[in-house]
Design a protein around this ligand. Structure first.
Ligand code: ZN
Length: 504
């Protein structure tokens, strides 16, 4: 029997002292609400973090945004007996549909590496690829999408800044988070027995628009960050520490790195291969290429091929919600008269076959760029592209973000002489360069600036700040910084997996 002291109790089931796998329970009296059902993105799924009894007890589930580490165990949640409603913004519901379809078409990550094979790289080298415990069909995706609540019974999801009653005395409201299209800071407003508590889930949070003295802030995200004031008191806030101990490099350095990589590929008429995630990272790259092209900073005869249907689908969602764009991106839209995702030097390709043929035809004849997913090169269309290109010293690989240990991106970053693929090892002779600085997450300084924005505007300080979604070192470093900024150590907590926090 759990002691029920707090009016509200919160429990993070997965992403405590780690980045991936957000799944947080919000308990109000006898009712339990789930905030997100994220995947840990590991090879082989871990046991589901909720018991069948806990799943059956859930009233409904809310999603802050559509990244896999926040939504990709949703189909499994339904298969295990969840029968409530889903709440999200319109854009998150649209992205969820794309992600669920991907999951159903050939379940994510490892399953695409073909059942019956063994791991060819990383710490599990030689071990068989695990079988997926669940397999989903398109009917399951349709059933999941039918569970999304909507404002008007039509387009699934809700607009920002709208009160949505999700339970007895429980109302939620989405505020922009500037992370990916539709990403929200989600406020739970709980009113029970004459008491009221507002809890804000402020993750994943994008790069801020705040101008912070001495900090390399740039209008990096295409999506807008909320600089408007919240119109309600925030009693408790849950934040992320993904970059809790780091400060991003200035955007200009990243753009310079992109130009240098293009010039490097131009030298020998090689292929510039850019592995990039298809939700936001790829759209940012298109936008940067557009910007560099406008400034005349790309090689004249270099064409870029984007080979990612999922990125194209996400772009369409973005273009149907232009109100999400930040000021700079919006200005570019207007000056381009159309949009900066489509311009003469950028060709969108649908199939991997088209891309393979383009590379075979043009490599060594004219410099080209190829963008494909995934960013860490452990899944997706980038894999055959790397197999086709990395043994040629004329080519360049430009890494665009974090490379988890054991991934091919990490191996290339470290200059490993041979890179393993499912059926072969390929010698790495292409030049490997790094871009960096493109994160869609607020860094340590930006996170503090956001807290400052929320609480130093004549508001009451929060009664509790809960830190999750970061590795252990980042979580504790961010806690130190928050305390240095003047918050009482008594209210700043690094969340522990499964621990129940009492909010009053
Ligand atoms: Zn995210």
């Amino acid at each position: 029997m759990v002691t029920q002291n707090g009016l509200v109790r919160i429990v993070e089931q997965v992403a405590a002292e780690q980045v991936a796998g957000s799944m947080l329970r919000v308990m109000v009296g006898d009712e339990t609400y789930l905030f997100e059902a994220g995947s840990e993105m590991t090879h082989g799924k871990k046991p589901f973090p909720l018991t069948p009894e806990q799943i059956k007890a859930l009233q409904n589930t809310t999603f802050g945004h559509g990244h896999g580490d926040h939504i990709l165990r949703t189909l499994e949640l339904i298969a295990k007996g969840f029968n409530g409603k889903f709440y999200s913004t319109h854009q998150t519901a649209a992205i969820a549909k794309i992600q669920f379809r991907e999951e159903a078409s050939g379940p994510f990550i490892h399953n695409k590496m073909v059942a019956g094979k063994t791991f060819q790289y990383g710490p599990k080298k030689g071990q068989p690829l695990p079988k997926q415990p669940f397999e989903f069909r398109s009917e399951d995706v349709n059933a999941a999408m039918a569970m999304f609540a909507s404002l008007d019974g039509q387009e699934p999801g809700f607009p920002y800044e709208t009160d949505i009653e999700i339970g007895d005395g429980v109302t939620i409201k989405f505020y922009e988070a500037g992370h990916i299209p539709g990403a929200a800071q989600t406020m739970y407003k709980i009113s029970k027995g004459g008491k009221k508590i507002n809890v804000l889930f402020a993750y994943d949070l994008g790069r801020t628009d705040y101008k912070i003295l001495g900090h390399p802030v740039a209008d990096i995200p295409l999506v807008k960050f909320p600089t408007t004031d919240f119109d309600e008191q925030i009693d408790y806030i849950v934040i992320e520490a993904t970059y809790g101990n780091r400060i991003h490099r200035p955007l200009q350095e990243s753009l310079t790195a992109l130009t240098e990589a293009a010039r490097e590929a131009e030298k020998n008429k090689g292929v510039l291969v850019i592995p990039a995630f298809s939700i936001m990272r790829t759209q940012m790259l298109w936008n940067f290429l557009f910007e560099l092209e406008q400034k005349g900073q790309l090689p004249d005869d270099m064409i870029f091929y984007s080979s990612s249907p999922m990125a194209d689908q996400v772009a369409r969602i973005m273009l149907s919600h232009k109100e999400d764009f930040n000021r700079q991106a919006m200005a570019e839209f207007q000056s381009a008269n159309d949009n900066p995702f489509y311009f003469p030097k950028l060709v969108h390709q649908k199939t991997g076959k088209e891309t393979a043929e383009t590379i075979a035809e043009l490599m060594g004849k004219t410099p080209i760029g190829v963008i494909a997913s995934s960013g860490m090169c452990d899944m997706g269309r980038i894999i055959p592209i790397l197999e086709q290109t990395i043994s040629d010293p004329r080519n360049v690989v430009l890494l665009t973000g974090y490379c988890a240990p054991g991934t091919r991106a990490d191996m290339m970053k470290k200059g490993q002489p041979k890179i393993p693929f499912t059926d072969q090892e390929v010698e790495l002779k292409a030049k490997v360069m790094e871009m960096g600085g493109l994160s869609g997450h607020a860094d340590c300084v930006e996170m503090l600036a956001h807290l400052n924005h929320l609480f130093n505007n004549g508001r009451n300080p929060p009664k509790g700040i809960y830190i999750k979604h970061g590795d252990k070192a980042a979580c504790w470093a961010l806690r130190d910084e928050i305390i240095k900024a003047g918050y009482s150590p008594d209210i700043v907590h690094v969340m522990q997996k499964g621990e129940e926090y009492q909010l009053n």
